[in-house]
Each structure stands twice: as C-alpha cells, then as structure tokens.
Design a protein around this ligand. Structure first.
Ligand code: MN
Length: 300
C-alpha cells in the first residue's frame, strides 16, 4: 500500500478547520435567513459551504500555493437562525467581535446580506476606525423605515454613523438599483465602481484601488462578498444575481487580493441560497472562495 495514498480521498480544505482557538484565521457560520426581500434559505449556506470544502484540495497548482499548514478555528454557527436582522444585530456582533480581536482574519459565512452590519460593528462599535468594501450587484441602500432586510445593511450603517467615505462598493449592476440609491451613495461620498468598470479593468484591480482608498482613512476593514455580484448564469443559487455580473474567476482573484491586505480583518460571504443551487455550482463557488481567502491570507 502506498503511504499517504490519495486513491480514494485527499486532505481537503475542510480538514483545515480545527477546534484550536489559537489558529490564525477564524470562521463562523452566520445562518441569517429571515429578512430577505426575496424569501429564501440562506440560513442553509454555512453547512453547505463547509460540506463543499471537503471537495476542495488544499493545493493551487497555478501559483504553487499550499494551504496544508494553515489552520482555521471553526467557531461553529451563531444561534441566530430564527432571528430577524434587527434581533440578530447584538448577538451576532457579540459572537464575531471576540474572534476579530484574537484572529488576524475572521471569515463569516452568511446568511443573507444583513450580516454585514453586525460584522462592521464587531470590528469597531463606534464605526469611526472601520471601512467597509462591498462586492455586490446592489448598493443595499434601501430605506430602513419598513425595517431591516438584506437590502439595506449599508443604509443602516450610514444611519449608525459610518462615514460614507469609509464605504466602497464595486460590481454594481444596471437595472438592479434605483436612482435614489445611486444618489444616496454619491451624496454620502461612497466610492462606486460599476460591474462594467470591474469587467473592463478587472474586479481585483478595482478592489485594490478601493482598498487603498479605505486604508488611507481606516485602521480596520470589513469586506462583504455578496455572491450575487457574479453573473447569474454562473450563480443560480443567489436570488439577487443577474445576467451581466462578473465572472466567478474575477470573484476568486479579488478574494485572494483582498485577503492579502493586512487591514482586512474580517470578510463575509452572503446571499448564497443552497435551496436554489444547481449542480452544486454555488456551493463549489463558495468553497473555492474560502480557499482563495485563505490563499490570500497566506501572502501576508
Ligand atoms: Mn447585497
């Protein structure tokens, strides 16, 4: 028998997960499913992504990057699956904050996009030292007068006092956002890059510009990877994805670049709804995203 035979199995990305809290990277599931404008099952995503990580090896032959020595503390899932976004703010912030204080990078697996607000609060309750970068087809600047949803976490953060100049939003799609939202972003001084700009210049190159801008103003950065920024044909498992979005490869390249930045202390992956997934495309895209985040972290 061959020593360490891989004829039936391999050391997978899921094998990097540990209960050892001294690992440099932390991962927490944030199964927030309620409060989505399009009702769905984003609460199923954390377990679906962990399962798909078993299908990923830890080696990237393109860059000869090997994740096998890295460990990721798996905090498990926050107990928020039955909560609305407004109710989840305090408990999710309380779960994530200690992770960000003891780990160089914390990965929050959503859940819908409403988890982005507690992620920012976890880094800085006063919201004056933190910057937020979103990769998203949408501004998420809907009004909050009807309550908190996955469509207004950025508006809620502005209402909380996050300066608009501490926000960068890239990958925005035509006919998926209102004039009102765009005008709010411009008035607040938010850095905005359309999907067309991201496709022309590269999502990673745009993200690099956005991070440089935020890093000049902020000590800590949270990045929201709303998976609906990807072209809908490549991401049927995201209710908000639309034709015209960026490619999965662009999403991966951006994840690696972003997670190499030392000021990026937390990232979230949101809006993956496994109940809409086709042929595991969404699960495998999310699992590859997690591998790219770790590969980026290794470059620090
Ligand atoms: Mn979003």
């Amino acid at each position: 028998m061959i020593k360490d035979s891989d004829c039936r199995s391999w050391f997978s990305a899921a094998d990097l997960l540990t209960q050892d809290a001294s690992a440099p990277v932390a991962l927490i599931g944030a199964p927030l499913g309620l409060g989505s404008i399009t009702p769905g099952r984003c609460d199923l995503a954390p377990s679906a992504v962990r399962a798909a990580m078993k299908r990923m090896s830890v080696y990237d032959l393109e860059t000869e990057t090997d994740l096998s020595a890295l460990r990721v503390f798996d905090r498990g899932d926050a107990d928020i699956a039955d909560l609305e976004p407004a109710q989840a703010l305090a408990p999710l912030t309380a779960c994530i904050a200690p992770l960000t204080q003891t780990h160089a990078l914390t990965i929050a697996l959503g859940g819908n996009n409403a988890i982005t607000r507690p992620c920012a609060h976890a880094l800085d309750p006063a919201l004056q030292r933190v910057g937020v970068l979103t990769l998203d087809a949408h501004f998420d600047l809907r009004d909050t007068d009807c309550g908190l949803t996955n469509g207004n976490p950025i508006q809620a953060l502005l209402d909380d006092g996050l300066p608009g100049a501490h926000i960068a939003q890239i990958g925005l799609l035509p006919f998926a956002n209102t004039r009102k939202a765009h005008e709010k972003a411009k008035a607040a001084g938010v850095y905005v890059a359309t999907a067309a700009a991201c496709k022309a210049q590269g999502l990673a190159a745009i993200a690099e510009n956005a991070l440089a801008r935020l890093a000049a103003r902020c000590d800590l950065i949270h990045v929201d990877f709303d998976i609906d920024v990807i072209e809908r044909a490549a991401m049927p498992g995201a209710p908000g994805a639309r034709p015209g979005g960026v490619s999965a490869q662009d999403f991966f390249d951006a994840a690696r670049l972003i997670c190499a930045h030392p000021k990026v202390r937390s990232v979230d992956l949101t809006e993956f709804d496994p109940s809409l997934d086709v042929a595991s495309v969404g699960a495998l895209t999310a699992a590859r995203w997690a591998c790219e985040a770790l590969a980026g972290f290794l470059k620090r």
